[in-house]
Design a protein around this ligand. Structure first.
Ligand code: C2E
Ligand code: CA
Ligand code: CA
Ligand code: CA
Length: 282
């Protein structure tokens, strides 16, 4: 047993060394990549259930690093939040989005709305509004083309300070979404105090509506409540035709998910938009 214990300890120690090595590498590479702006943005279309128009796209960052390979945003975004790197990283992401918007414009696509994910720590900065505004102005982009996705956790942090910030942003023309709705505090009481446009129902609910009656009931009542508060509802993570059908019956407004398209690079998005004009008739 003693022998065994020692081995276990040795394994544990090896694992620990590997983990901390990876974290050190991750931090060093993340810093470098922020300097060299070595990130790409993919875009996932959001489709209106009512008229099948593309009502906008969500920008999702991608990182392919020569030492680490493809690193998932689910790994490096939380890490960037812990280390504070999320602030310069988010500014690089916003710049890249603005560059893509400029390119779309040159190709005749003028008003495609883009959602960007806003991390808590970034949103909490006192100069958050001034700095994103400065980036948009630098690239001649209008806030009215942007939607900011904030999680429930972010808006619950300091309710009064947040309300003022959101009102300012809305007056500037930004649209505001609550992301991952249902996974955080799931408190419906606060949302009527915030100037919101969209509620995004988390994929963990959406993906179970066809198999679990209680999830279906939850989604159904979220949609009803949101409509009473004049919010549009986006269902995210939609993968099947059955899910689309059920969401339509429940009066959901917008669909986002692999069913229509995975997140794709800007050049593929232009092809998608062109094709969609033909396909949406069917
Ligand atoms: P999120 O904001 O909830 O983004 C939705 C995630 O679901 C994305 O994962 C997207 O690729 C994935 N997804 C979309 N449709 C489907 C589907 O039908 N089925 C399944 N299984 N998944 C689907 P991704 O790109 O890996 O991003 C993960 C998370 O990382 C995001 O969750 C967001 O919290 C964060 N993130 C991604 N890009 C950014 C960014 O540019 N800035 C910030 N601050 N966070 C980001
Ligand atoms: Ca999001
Ligand atoms: Ca989400
Ligand atoms: Ca999520």
């Amino acid at each position: 047993a003693k022998q065994n214990g020692r081995n276990q300890y040795a394994f544990y120690f090896e694992d620990l060394k590997k983990d901390s090595k990876r974290l050190l590498l991750l931090e060093a590479e993340l810093r470098k990549s922020i300097q060299t702006k070595e990130f790409n943005i993919n875009y996932q279309p959001k489709i209106s259930i009512v008229n099948r128009e593309i009502i906008g796209v969500e920008a999702l960052v991608r990182w392919e690093n020569n030492k680490l390979g493809n690193v998932s945003p689910s790994e490096f975004i939380p890490f960037a939040e812990d280390t504070g790197l999320i602030i310069p990283l988010s500014e690089v992401i916003l710049e890249k989005v603005c560059l893509d918007i400029m390119e779309w414009r040159s190709k005749g696509i003028q008003h495609l709305s883009v959602s960007v994910n806003i991390a808590s720590l970034h949103f909490q900065q006192d100069d958050f509004i001034e700095r994103i505004n400065a980036i948009l102005m630098q690239y001649n982009c209008s806030p009215s083309q942007f939607e900011l996705e904030l999680t429930e956790r972010t808006v619950m942090k300091d309710a009064q300070g947040i309300v003022n910030k959101l009102i300012k942003l809305k007056n500037m023309g930004f649209k505001i979404s609550i992301d991952d709705f249902g996974t955080g505090y799931s408190s419906l009481s606060y949302i009527n105090r915030f100037p919101l446009n969209y509620l995004k129902i988390d994929s963990s609910f959406v993906q179970q509506i066809t198999s679990l009656k209680d999830k279906q009931a939850i989604v159904d009542s979220i949609i009803m409540m949101a409509h009473r508060l004049h919010l549009k509802v986006v269902a995210e993570g939609v993968e099947t035709k059955d899910q689309v059908k059920l969401l339509k019956e429940m009066d959901c407004d917008i669909i986002q998910g692999y069913y229509y398209s995975r997140p794709i690079p800007s050049s593929e998005l232009l092809d998608f938009i062109e094709l969609w004009e033909i396909l949406k008739q069917e």
